[in-house]
Unconditional design. Structure first.
Length: 324
């Protein structure tokens, strides 16, 4: 009598927190690779032109998804707010791309961690979110971390470092605008409008420095667009898999990833002060995210929005799509 063939063992299903962590690590690696490639291409192309090609090829990679969505899903009554969000995002990208071609990548990434701190301040000013003493203390600690990296009065604060901080401010403005849009707009529409706005808009500043890539450079630019798309998708899936406070710590893996690439590719290594400052900023950001998440859950449990910050139904972590 023939023996029955044993059925294959079921695939191991990863827990939601583990899936979220792995997605965020993939996003961090993709954004680190994109940063390094922008640095390489900055030796032959202006950062503004690189930004255009990043948006162009990124939009091409998204095209099948956009076609599947259908244009009807993009109907909106808030085109002005979408334009404002795109302007903030494009400004942040142009500043960021210029900065990482002009300073050590590790230091630039460490300073970019201040974006959630600026976003928390913007939420208080624009969205009227409550700022208690704990949140104030965390913000102060985070900005002290930035000062540790910059060390004004000890070393000269460079223009590229200030440009990174300015980029973080515009990222914060973009995140705040997304929070407002998310009250009435679908997430897919928000992401799509960003790509549709930033691609033609980024062409305008690029034309002032246009050289045009050769075939080898075009290949690298395609990879930059691909890495950006992978990073955006992976980050979105990370936040969809589990709570933002669980996956947010893994976003800070960008610094060791970039540090490793910088060491082997450019003979760069962040100094001890950069690591210390980045750690302080990360801890402050994580505390703010954890605190806001707890308040949001408390507000949902008792069925009132008065105990939760405005917009607390949204992830308190950086909004997917703000890594340029």
């Amino acid at each position: 009598m023939p023996t029955a063939t044993p059925s294959p063992a079921p695939l191991v299903r990863l827990s939601a927190p583990l899936r979220g962590a792995l997605w965020m690590l993939l996003a961090a690696a993709a954004f680190a690779a994109m940063t390094a490639l922008v640095r390489v291409m900055g030796e032959s192309l202006h950062p503004f032109e690189i930004a255009f090609w990043r948006n162009f090829f990124g939009l091409m990679f998204m095209a099948p998804w956009l076609m599947r969505m259908g244009w009807g899903s993009l109907k909106t009554q808030r085109i002005g707010l979408y334009t404002l969000r795109g302007t903030f995002g494009l400004t942040a990208m142009l500043l960021w791309f210029w900065a990482i071609t002009a300073m050590p990548m590790g230091e630039a990434v460490a300073l970019s961690f201040t974006a959630p701190l600026f976003a928390s301040l913007a939420a208080v000013v624009v969205l009227r979110e409550h700022m208690g003493l704990r949140r104030v203390g965390a913000l102060v600690a985070g900005f002290i971390g930035a000062l540790i990296i910059l060390r004004p009065g000890v070393i000269t604060v460079t223009v590229p470092a200030l440009v990174v901080l300015t980029s973080s401010v515009f990222i914060a403005c973009s995140v705040t605008t997304v929070k407002i849009l998310s009250r009435t707009e679908k997430p897919a529409a928000i992401v799509t409008w960003m790509g549709l706005f930033m691609t033609p808009a980024s062409l305008v500043p690029a034309l002032f420095f246009w050289r045009g890539p050769d075939w080898a450079e075009a290949g690298v630019l395609i990879v930059i667009g691909g890495m950006a798309t992978i990073g955006q998708v992976a980050m979105t899936r990370a936040y969809a898999a589990t709570e933002a406070t669980i996956v947010l710590p893994f976003d800070y893996a960008r610094l060791p990833f970039v540090a490793a690439i910088g060491f082997f590719a450019f003979a760069e290594m962040p100094d001890a002060w950069t690591w210390i400052g980045a750690a302080i900023i990360a801890v402050a950001t994580l505390y703010i995210a954890h605190r806001e998440s707890r308040l949001a859950r408390a507000g949902r449990r008792i069925g009132t929005a008065t105990l939760a910050p405005a917009g607390a139904e949204l992830a308190p972590a950086p909004t997917p799509g703000n890594r340029t």
